[in-house]
Design a protein around this ligand. Sequence first.
Ligand SMILES: [Zn+2]
Length: 163
Amino acid sequence: MEAVSSLHRRSARIVLDWSRKVAKYLVLKARKTKAAIAVEELEKLWHNASQKSSTLADRLSKFAYRKLLQAIEAKAVEYNVPIVYVDPRSTSKKCPVCGFPLRYWHRLAECPKCGFRADRDTVGAMNVYKKALKAIALSPGSEGSWGGDGRNPTGPRSAYMTR
Ligand SMILES: [Zn+2]
């Protein structure tokens, strides 16, 4: 038991170190390019999923996700980079180009309608990006934290908060 808990502590420390490094890299990159960071609210999915799958790998990946998100949030506040939270539902199910339901062969997705092809993670990232743009467009100037100079109203750049 002692060995197991020490292993847990060690993996937790590795995850924390990794989270801080990734968060810093992402936030500094976003700040440099005046971009916002879009994240999927995976917690929502887990909350809705009734099956309690709690293998060690599963718990560790959730732990890693939470720690990474916390690290990104902390860094984003520190550097004034906006975060857009996106509903994680069906981010890999629909074609990011035309919205048609995708067909999958293992991790490769193909759109039967427009012929778009990509890896599952790429599809997810593209759809999260699209949802984030939509969320930004739907909340112009809300919370007073988004940039309001009115120029170039498309893309996350225009949503960068003014400092
Ligand atoms: Zn398509």
